[in-house]
Design a protein around this ligand. Structure first.
Ligand SMILES: *Cc1c(COP(=O)(O)O)cnc(C)c1O
Length: 447
């Protein structure tokens, strides 16, 4: 009975998977915020390098991973698939629980899977500097690492609340060579405007995106986004491609795939290769996204065109959104506090090809602590949402006696989230109910 299902380094995937050509209908295009016409490649050129724009709209089913990127991937990939025997035993469940562990990467999450190719394509085009935003600090540290690999400058706007609460994430970014600003900052027009209205603003991902996009104006500078966009989701499919092979090695197929969703990239990365197999009739897993009750884009948002940021600088994206002005309560899963959801996932959800549920944070931390005590890995607060759903299903299997195969992505470790675990363990963590009136209000400003 294998505990860790390991792929040999030679089995590192050599191509990313693009789910779009396998879908029954194409996703709605992003729109220009001024003209409301579908966006052309020229509209994106000030923000992204040509290779990434091409990947954003490609009709190819597979895209080759450049050897320079695979070389960096090899620092931590292929990642282990863990059969959580000890968790199963603690639950007394007949279910088999598999966890694809992405916490062994340089920054401790799945984010370097896309940060590395993004830095590579920018550097190859002659870009000298990348700007970005970060919420909990996971994306900022991943991009800082990636920029160090390809000799790029990196400038990060970090949501003020996290900047104050997670000083070690800032240290990690600086260690990798980045410059970090608390957002809102006085350095940009959009940040200065927020500060003028509210000097004590805790910031939000939407505000930080506005600042990073604004700062990408110089010719030698581009912007990088850690989730939401098609090319980001595609880069993350290395997770699912490896997991598919690893499950085949132990002759198992999943009955349920669960993943946490902030912008949707780790969930899509795990689920898309399995969705491909499902659409081809080779397996029939239930696929389910798990989001926080405090930021429920799939389960309570509206499927509509909205801005990706607060200031309205980004293209209009058709997505499940809570409104670009929505500022979620300060839950500890900072990476899940985004008002929107990846347009590609939103489209696939709308087609009915997967489901979604929302979970309150105390149930999630309970699952996180159980996982740490049984399996010895402290999960980041974000993937505890998926773990909570896996544990709930495994408990259901105790009742029904069904030996379901459950697969989830443990997309990051929580070593820098101890303050959150402290709060939970000392009984000071609260659940944040979200009244309908707050959602209604935020949705009034949809463009
Ligand atoms: C960023 C992050 C998330 C949320 O982003 P997705 O694009 O939804 O994956 C979840 N978990 C961790 C550990 C993260 O760093």
């Amino acid at each position: 009975m294998a505990t860790k299902i390991l792929l040999d380094e030679s089995r590192l995937p050599d191509r990313w998977y693009n789910v779009v050509p396998d879908l029954p209908a194409p996703p709605p295009p992003p729109l220009h915020p001024g003209t409301r016409e579908p966006l052309g490649p020229d509209d994106l050129a000030p923000l992204f390098p040509a290779d990434l724009i091409a990947q954003e709209v490609t009709a190819d089913r597979f895209v080759e991973i450049p050897e320079e990127v695979r070389e960096v991937y090899r620092l931590w990939r292929p990642t282990p698939l863990i059969r959580a025997h000890r968790l199963e035993r603690a639950l007394g469940t007949p279910a088999r629980i598999y966890v694809k562990y992405e916490g062994g990467s340089p920054s401790g999450s799945h984010k370097p899977n896309t940060a590395v190719p993004q830095a590579f394509y920018n550097a190859r085009q002659g870009v000298r500097r990348l700007t970005t935003e970060t919420g909990a600090g996971q994306w900022g540290s991943a991009l800082s690492f990636a920029c160090a690999q390809f000799d790029l400058d990196c400038e990060v706007w970090m949501v003020r609340a996290s900047y104050d609460q997670k000083p070690y994430r800032r240290s990690m970014m600086e260690l990798f060579g980045a410059r970090v600003h608390a957002s809102p900052s006085p350095l940009t027009a959009s940040g200065a405007k927020v500060l003028a209205d509210d000097p004590d603003s805790p910031g939000s991902l939407g505000i930080a995106i506005s600042e990073a996009v604004e700062s990408a104006a110089p010719d030698d500078t581009r912007y990088a986004l850690g989730s939401v966009l098609n090319h980001v989701l595609m880069h993350q499919t290395v997770i699912g491609e490896e997991a598919l092979e690893q499950l085949a090695m132990v002759d198992d197929t999943p009955d349920l795939i669960v993943g946490c969703t902030g912008g949707g990239s780790n969930f899509a990365g795990l689920a898309f290769p399995f969705l491909r197999e499902k659409l081809r009739g080779r397996m029939d897993p239930e696929i389910r996204a798990v989001e926080p009750e405090a930021c429920p884009s799939f389960t309570r948002g509206r499927y509509a065109y909205d801005f990706g940021d607060t200031a309205g600088l980004t293209p209009l994206l058709k997505m499940h959104t809570l409104g670009h002005d929505f500022v979620p309560d300060p839950i500890h899963a900072g990476g899940l506090r985004y008002h929107g959801m990846a347009p590609l996932l939103s489209h696939i959800y709308d087609l009915g090809l997967f489901g979604a549920e929302a979970k309150a944070q105390r149930e999630c931390f309970e699952a996180g602590v159980l996982f740490a005590r049984t399996e010895g890995i402290v999960p980041a607060p974000e993937p505890t949402h998926a773990l909570a759903a896996a544990v709930e299903e495994a408990r259901r299997c105790v009742e029904t006696g069904e030996p379901k195969v459950i697969l989830t992505a443990l997309c990051g470790h929580g070593h820098l989230d101890m303050a959150a675990y402290d709060r939970f363990l000392s009984g000071r963590m609260e659940d944040h109910a979200l009244p309908q009136s707050r959602l209604d209000e935020a949705l009034t400003t949809l463009p």
